[in-house]
Design a protein around this ligand. Structure first.
Ligand SMILES: Nc1nc2c(ncn2[C@@H]2O[C@H](COP(=O)(O)OP(=O)(O)OP(=O)(O)O)[C@@H](O)[C@H]2O)c(=O)[nH]1
Length: 188
């Protein structure tokens, strides 16, 4: 069996249970798995071919475990990543602190990695605004101060917006900047 060629490495980071696996599931398999939550152990890998202009490139997505006990392992998975999707749960302020931690770390250690900040579970706050624990402006200010690339997408089913036309040989992941990205894996 020949080894799979990965054109661009993408890493998912964020506190446990924020919804990283769900986001990847939605992107790769177009589904949202209901049922008991199963935490990721270590990390999971999935390859996703995408059409970019006239060619197909393969993204290698590393979905890391959010539990702090796997923190050292997560560092291994972000090495050499072209993009990182740093997730936090809009209903959990501690997950936003954790996202800040990862963004700072990536900026210190992986200067070529494009960073996206992704607020998840927007369906929950839509149903009950009092559940919201991370203020829109706090996240927006953070994105601006740290110059992370971000996008506001409401209830997306896909993560295609992260990936755009490659420049020559490289793969440019995400050209949209200066806005703020929300994602919801749940429902439509
Ligand atoms: N309501 C709602 N629930 C979500 C959403 N995304 C994930 N969940 C739920 O949140 C729980 C955790 O989701 P996961 O995708 O496993 O979270 P994770 O970040 O991969 O967790 P770890 O593997 O522990 O790092 C599951 O019960 C999901 O069904 C969302 O957008 N809305």
């Amino acid at each position: 069996m020949s080894a799979m060629r990965v054109d661009a490495k993408v890493v998912m980071l964020g506190k446990e249970s924020v919804g990283k696996t769900s986001l990847v599931e939605r992107y790769v398999h177009h589904r949202f798995l209901v049922g008991p939550y199963q935490n990721t152990i270590g990390a999971a890998f999935v390859a996703k071919p995408i059409q970019v202009a006239d060619r197909v490139i393969t993204l290698g997505i590393w979905d890391t475990a959010g539990s702090e006990r796997y923190e050292a392992m997560s560092r291994i998975y972000y090495r050499g990543a072209r993009a990182a999707v740093v997730c936090y749960d809009l209903t959990d302020s501690s997950s936003f602190q954790r996202a800040r931690f990862w963004v700072k770390e990536l900026q210190n250690c992986e200067e070529h990695c494009k960073i996206y900040v992704c607020g998840t579970k927007s369906d929950l706050i839509e149903g009950e605004r009092a559940l919201r624990q991370v203020d829109f402006h706090d996240a927006q200010d953070f994105a601006e101060v740290f110059l992370v690339r971000s996008e506001m997408i409401y209830k997306t089913q896909e993560m295609n917006f992260f990936f755009s036309v490659p420049e020559e040989t490289g793969v440019d992941l995400g050209q949209k900047k200066d806005s703020y990205f929300y994602s919801c894996c749940h429902g439509n």
